[in-house]
Design a binder for this molecule. Structure first.
Ligand SMILES: Cc1cc2nc3c(=O)[nH]c(=O)nc-3n(C[C@H](O)[C@H](O)[C@H](O)COP(=O)(O)OP(=O)(O)OC[C@H]3O[C@@H](n4cnc5c(N)ncnc54)[C@H](O)[C@@H]3O)c2cc1C
Length: 450
């Protein structure tokens, strides 16, 4: 039987960051088990026919001083910084993101609706209760026009749920709220101002986003690949891992999706079974294509709110880094959301996607595809309905009572991004090592390990 002080489930960014920081804090008996043959999880890249495909777009938005320092150090000399060029396609035209601040260029009736009803929502503000639905919040924040022309159709397509069921807990910094002056200016002129939390982003010059988990993995000697957790007994503190057999541990950190982890655990109490059953999500089907033509677009990514397009977003990987495709070619990612019980035909989806890309002028009829690759991203988006927060709290309380933690975007069952995931791993390592204070790991500890 294998023994370890800390068993980490999952070698994505959360698991790797936990183990990487534990090592710097002096804990060396750490085993990370990853079911795939490469580390990185969703922040992983696949090579296909000379193209490097990430799982949709994986761009680095750095906000936290430590997160920034860590990522810049890990990827020293291999990062570019770019200003976002993100757009919306609707009514046959491309307008700048975010829609609410950039209606210039849309048909006159649409602009009128958006501006007049936004003004109405300012002069006659709706009373929002303590916990409004996402639908009511949109109407209050943006008015009926912006909601009807963008917020509702786009979010209905992404979430594939009634927007009245969703809470507002997830959107936080992700949805920019322009001032009345900005809404008006953006209706009259091509407003080039940046809004939102991700006005600029960083991305590896070479190697796709895979280089980030790879850099962390070099500092994690206890990483075992193709080692899938099959079962865990949290009372006995014994896990069964494919290829390793029984693993006895003192403390456990889970980073795989919370409901799937609970499915592996023995003897869940009734309250936790109920909580597990309440967790909902959406899968993303991500088609990546290589196009035998250079510079198909100068945009980074585009939102598609209209129903006639199968996809809600599409982007250009080669505009993040030319090195992702052979010379003279362009690569794209296209994202489609589905409920987990839906089983779409990829061939039919691909036909609809390509027809959509041609109908909006991004692809030409003469374009030849040099590569295609599908990723199915299970549980890509956690659904924030009213049941989510109490269900997560119940599951976490039970896990804590068994000496286990569940962290990262899917372990903590939340909406977050790579930098936050790395910080989740760091905070978890500090808790396990009994050291507090977010800045505890200093510059010297970032130096390469001997
Ligand atoms: C569509 C989409 C777009 C995104 N775009 C961005 C972006 O532009 N910028 C950004 O910062 N973030 C983005 N993110 C978020 C980013 O992917 C996450 O924050 C990050 O990858 C989370 O890492 P993690 O370690 O928590 O989870 P994961 O990457 O899922 O890692 C969990 C690991 O557990 C492994 N695992 C699962 N089951 C088992 C098992 N039974 N046994 C062993 N191992 C197992 C998995 O293989 C995986 O490697 C995006 C996410 C999605 C879905």
């Amino acid at each position: 039987m294998t023994r370890t002080d800390v068993l980490v489930i999952g070698g994505g960014l959360a698991g790797l960051s936990t183990a990487w920081h534990l090592r710097r804090l002096g804990l060396t008996s750490v085993l990370v088990v990853e079911k795939e043959a490469r580390p990185g999880g969703r922040a992983g890249t696949v090579e296909k026919d000379g193209f490097l495909f990430d799982q949709t777009g994986h761009l680095l938005h750095l906000h936290d001083p430590y997160g920034r320092k860590l990522i810049l150090r890990l990827l020293a000399g291999n990062l570019s910084l770019r200003e976002r060029s993100s757009w919306i396609h609707s009514h046959g035209v491309f307008t700048r993101y975010p829609f609410q601040a950039n209606t210039f260029g849309l048909p006159r009736g649409v602009v009128e609706d958006c501006v007049a009803l936004f003004a109405k929502s300012r002069y006659r503000p709706a009373r929002l209760g303590k916990a409004p639905s996402f639908e009511r919040w949109c109407l209050a924040a943006f008015g009926e026009g912006i909601s009807r022309h963008f917020m509702f159709p786009y979010n209905a397509k992404l979430w594939r749920a009634e927007l009245s069921e969703l809470t507002t807990e997830w959107q936080g910094r992700f949805l920019p709220r322009p001032s009345p002056e900005e809404v008006l200016y953006g209706a009259l002129f091509d407003q080039k101002k940046f809004f939102g939390y991700n006005a600029a982003f960083r991305y590896p010059l070479r190697g796709g986003i895979q280089v980030l988990p790879d850099a962390l993995a070099r500092g994690v000697p206890g990483l075992r690949l193709e080692a899938e957790l099959e079962r865990v007994d949290l009372d006995e503190k014994v896990a069964v891992v494919k290829g390793l057999g029984e693993v006895r541990y003192e403390r456990l950190v889970n980073t795989m999706p919370l409901p799937f982890f609970l499915d592996k655990a023995c003897a869940l109490p009734k309250a936790v079974r109920t909580a597990r059953a309440a967790l909902r999500w959406r899968d993303v089907y991500n088609l990546n294509i290589g196009i035998a033509r250079a510079d198909v677009s100068d945009k980074h990514w585009i939102y598609f709110p209209e129903k006639r397009f199968a996809f809600y977003r599409a982007g250009f990987l080669t505009n993040f880094s030319k090195s992702l495709a052979p010379r003279g070619m362009t690569s794209m990612y296209i994202e489609v959301s589905r409920r987990p019980e839906e089983r779409p035909s990829k061939a039919a989806l691909e036909r609809r996607i390509l027809a959509g890309l041609r109908s909006c002028g991004l692809l030409k009829a003469s374009d030849r595809l040099a590569a295609r690759h599908w990723f199915k991203i299970d549980a890509a988006y956690v659904l924030y309905d009213r049941a989510r927060t109490p269900a997560v709290a119940a599951a976490m309380a039970w896990l804590r009572s068994r000496g286990a933690e569940s962290i990262g975007r899917w372990g903590a069952w939340k909406y977050s991004f790579m930098e936050e995931t790395l910080l989740d791993g760091k905070a978890c390592a500090q808790r396990l090592a009994g050291r507090r204070g977010v800045q505890h790991i200093d510059e010297a500890e970032l130096a390469p390990l001997r």
